[in-house]
Unconditional design. Structure first.
Lengths: 526, 114
């Protein structure tokens, strides 16, 4: 193994950091240079993530010790399959959102490019961090950048939603710190692997404190993941944020899911002794409640951007409920679902702006009101003249993309959304008696799919077929290409479902039996 | 010593939470600051609390590792203070922007109807 290959693990943090610094230094002097730097960074990240994805697919996790201090004293970055998968998702979404932003959004306010790069740096760092305090630091980097991005473009609605978003996240950070220090106070370590090893040996009387600390930490993670009732901020913030910011922020909620997956399975997974499976019921029930709330929100929404925000809630709820089941096979399905839904929701957020461009302000509300109260159309449609007029090409393309998003989010065949839901449900209904919660999850998943397809169909009809004199929106290639790219990736995911699913299963098994992770970080037999 | 510190943390956290629930943005930011202080003190106290101890060594004493407080929480608290400071500053800017744009210092950006 060459030494250069070892250092690859820290590159996903360094590349966006350097690119961010460079874009600050270049400033407004050269737009071409700024864009070139940003592009080099996001493309580099995709390549890096692909390399790391291949590297990570081995039984033992790869630890990168900064300054070569022993893992217990120094800072470690850990690369395992889950981290590599998340890096890949963040990089793909980053590439798509960056490309989209070049259309117009990057010029809508100051410092978009540095903030965007630091956002990617925070995301990548959170996925790679091997101890909970660095997880906190990278959470803050990520959040600080997201505050800036959420406010990008300014305007009353953004500032108002941003204010709530910032306050909620600062309080969640306070919870995070309290949880970290309680765990440190009991176990005497912050390294995740060491913490997992020590929790297995803890006396019974210390367990209460560890569980309390982990629960407080969990509140911070679950607020990010927008579990019910901690997720009311999400639709408003995401709907108000500028489009590329919303697209990249849609993976922020997955960071919460990632942290839950990592910490919960490491600390309270198989072999954790008396605390095994602690709070699994909270995840399941909370996930189901989020799923229900998200489905109602999807149905009730009158606005496309809020529809996408509600879809994030549905996706979070599905993931949490599936993770809460605590079975490796279900977790594997959940990881597949996460990959599919991150790509789909990212594409939807980008698509919304393109679709809305051709419409009047308030058209959504008007449409729903008309539907509810049966107000007649202002003018009866001209009979003969309009028959045969083709939908403009751009609109047809947008409509096709919208259809793909709807299929993905509702979980209908033939795209990967269906396979993902199937992968979650199949092991739940596997051989042996099926517990009641599995039936509830099955019903909730199917019903949420129904709610999504109803809402998306209704919106699709209003936007693409019944739009009063829709002027075809003007769409640049850099704007439609990322949407198409993300959707093509889901097609690829569908076609390569076999190998992808096997990878997810290996990931889930490594998460549920973390010996490989422990051995990679601590060295020696666990 | 423990009692005083815990009471201090409790009072700070309680006041912070109460202020967080208030409708004015300035109250919210003070509440966040107080909550931040409470959390920082809490982290600090997970090292060891001892009163009347010498800073490094008392005269004529042989040094030993268990005489010292755990330095890690102190390092953590330093990081947490810096991050808290930065986010509070950012929050202040957003607060002023919200005040300017909505012409109201209510957290929802408009005065409640009475």
């Amino acid at each position: 193994m060459s030494t250069l290959l070892d250092h690859l693990v820290i590159a996903p943090i360094l590349v966006p950091m350097l690119a961010g610094i460079a874009t600050i230094l270049i400033g407004e002097r050269s737009r071409v240079l700024t864009i070139a730097t940003g592009f080099a960074s996001v493309i580099g990240l995709v390549v890096l993530a692909a390399a790391l994805l291949i590297l990570s697919d081995e039984p033992v996790a790869r630890a990168y010790r900064l300054g070569d201090w022993p893992a217990l004293f120094g800072i470690v970055l850990v690369l395992d399959r889950l981290a590599a998968l998340m890096l890949m998702l963040a990089a793909l979404l980053g590439l798509a959102a960056f490309s989209f932003s070049l259309g117009r959004w990057a010029r809508a306010g100051a410092h978009f490019h540095p903030l965007f790069q630091f956002q990617l740096m925070g995301l990548n760092g959170a996925f790679l961090a091997g101890d909970i305090f660095n997880l906190f630091v990278f959470f803050e980097v990520m959040l600080a950048a997201s505050y800036g991005l959420a406010l990008h473009g300014s305007g009353t609605a953004r500032v108002r939603a941003g204010l709530h978003y910032i306050v909620i996240n600062l309080v969640a950070s306070a919870f995070f710190l309290v949880g970290v220090s309680v765990l440190y106070g009991v176990a005497g370590t912050l390294n995740m692997a060491d913490l997992a090893a020590r929790i297995r040996m803890l006396e019974a009387e210390d367990r209460g404190l560890v569980e309390a600390g982990a629960a407080i930490l969990g509140i911070a993670f679950l607020t990010k993941a927008a579990i019910w009732p901690l997720g009311f901020w999400l639709p408003a913030t995401y709907a108000a944020a500028s489009t590329p910011a919303a697209a990249i922020m849609s993976i922020l909620s997955k960071v919460g899911i990632y942290a839950v997956l990592r910490m919960w399975l490491l600390l309270f997974g198989d072999g954790a002794g008396l605390s095994q499976g602690f709070a699994g019921a909270v995840l399941t029930i909370g996930g189901l409640a989020t799923l229900a709330f998200g489905s109602v929100a999807v149905l009730a929404t009158q606005n496309l951007a809020r529809l996408a925000g509600a879809s994030v809630l549905v996706s979070s709820g599905t993931l949490l409920a599936a993770i809460g089941a605590g079975e490796a096979a279900v977790t594997g399905g959940a990881l597949f679902y996460m990959t599919s839904s991150v790509l789909a929701i990212g594409a939807l957020f980008l698509l919304i702006e393109l679709v809305e461009r051709g419409r009047d302000v308030g058209a959504d509300v008007l449409a729903v009101t008309r539907e509810a109260f049966g107000t007649p159309e202002e003018e009866p449609p001209a009979e003969e003249a309009e028959v045969g007029i083709a939908i403009p090409g751009t609109l047809a393309m947008l409509g096709f993309a919208f259809l793909a998003c709807a299929l993905l989010l509702a979980g209908l065949p033939p795209l990967s959304g269906f396979l993902a839901k199937f992968a979650i449900l199949a092991p739940l209904l596997g051989p042996g008696p099926v517990p009641a919660t599995s039936w509830v999850l099955l019903a909730a998943l199917v019903l949420s799919g129904l709610a999504t397809i109803i809402a998306m169909t209704r919106t699709g009809i209003e936007v693409f077929w019944a739009a009063p004199e829709g002027t075809a929106p003007r769409v640049a290639v850099v704007e439609i290409a990322p949407v198409a790219g993300l959707l093509l990736l889901t097609v690829a995911l569908t076609l390569a479902a076999g190998p992808a699913m096997e990878f997810m299963q290996r990931t889930a098994e490594a998460l549920h039996a973390p010996q490989g992770y422990l051995r990679g970080v601590l060295g020696g037999p666990p | 010593m423990e009692l005083v510190v815990s009471l201090g943390i409790g009072v700070l956290a309680g006041s912070g939470v109460w202020l967080l629930m208030r409708p004015r943005t300035f109250q919210v930011i003070i509440g966040l600051s107080l909550l931040g202080y409470a959390v920082n003190l809490f982290i600090f106290s997970t090292g060891v609390l001892r009163s009347g101890a010498a800073a490094i060594l008392s005269p004529g004493e042989v040094g030993s590792i268990d005489r010292y407080a755990d330095p890690l929480p102190q390092a953590l608290v330093l990081t947490a203070i810096v991050i808290g400071f930065a986010t509070t500053a950012l929050m202040l800017v957003v607060l002023l922007a919200a005040r300017g744009l909505t012409r109201s210092d209510h957290v929802d950006g408009r005065e409640p109807e009475r």
